[in-house]
Design a protein around this ligand. Structure first.
Ligand code: PMP
Length: 282
């Protein structure tokens, strides 16, 4: 694969960052993940908007205009294999003598890479995935897509240790999100979702799901929901740019409802696939 690093396109195995990069030393940076379908970056305006929100959140100036980002992203896609890819974009506060406070002169490190997008296997869509519930022990700026992901890494490993695909987080007993996804549940025909506040990442897929619900007359409600309500849900879903919408059919070893993907999931999944196909045809 060909990657972009600080003004250059080069092979992945030739891309290096100095050890004093603040991303390496402090986790002082932010990132984005953008799916590419048929060589078109999906929802790119929304991703660039969230990138700006993350940069503002860590007080790092955006080195590029929207147009420059689009140009670089198009070149990265063109230089890599695969009709469907996913892009990883990362910016850090650059290289400086190790000191917690910001350096006086900042030259951000900008890194972008493309990987082949592996679509969620149909089997997962048809049977659903298992998840475990965990305590959300992260900081309170989860709206920033920060590269310092240690809590998410540890919680996801807890899920893997239990043969589960995702960790569903609860802060003070209230549903927030997954370790790398947003979480929805269904109660009496209504899609229920946590609010986009500082306790979760504002997912691009989260917004799209609610947009599709709006457009197709599927009722939804945003609120704070406790663990017992989630366990008793008729359906439980997870969403992310790379996993799209997937049903969670087991939580902590117990089935959600009858343990099968529900009717609203099937409807939303179909709407999502239609939307993708429609956008890519334009
Ligand atoms: N929450 C967290 C913590 C995530 O890492 C992700 C994946 N980027 C999401 C939610 C889902 O966001 P998106 O739909 O933009 O991929």
């Amino acid at each position: 694969p060909i990657v972009y690093l600080n003004g250059q396109f080069l092979p992945l195995d030739q891309a290096f960052v100095p050890v004093l990069d603040r991303g390496f030393v402090f986790g002082d940076g932010i990132y984005e993940v953008v799916p590419v379908y048929s060589r078109l970056a999906f929802r790119i305006e929304e991703h660039l908007h969230r990138l700006q929100h993350s940069l503002d959140g860590i007080r790092l100036d955006n080195p590029f205009s929207r147009e420059q980002w689009i140009e670089l992203i198009e070149e990265l896609i063109a230089r890599n294999d695969g009709e469907d890819q996913y892009l990883y974009l990362q910016l850090t506060r650059g290289v400086a003598k190790r000191d917690h406070a910001f350096p006086k002169e900042v030259t951000p490190t900008v890194f972008m890479m493309s990987s082949l997008l592996v679509h969620p296997p149909q089997a997962l869509v048809e049977t659903g995935v298992a998840a475990v519930s965990v305590v959300d022990n992260r900081w309170d700026r989860c709206d920033i897509k920060a590269i310092s992901l240690l809590p998410n890494v540890l919680l996801r490993q807890t899920a893997v240790d239990h043969q589960a695909a995702e960790a569903v987080m609860f802060r003070d007993g209230i549903l927030t999100e997954g370790s790398a996804s947003n979480i929805f549940f269904v109660e009496n025909g209504v899609i229920m979702a946590p609010p986009k506040d500082n306790h979760m990442l504002p997912g691009i897929t989260y917004d799209l799901v609610l947009e599709l619900a709006d457009a197709h007359g599927m009722p939804y409600e945003i609120g704070k929901y406790d663990q017992e309500r989630v366990r008793r849900a008729d359906e439980l879903w997870m969403t992310s740019s790379t996993r799209e919408v997937l049903p969670i059919t087991q939580l902590d070893g117990q089935p959600i409802n009858n343990g099968k993907p529900g009717p609203l999931f099937k409807k939303m999944y179909a709407l999502y696939q239609d939307y993708k196909a429609h956008v890519m045809r334009r």
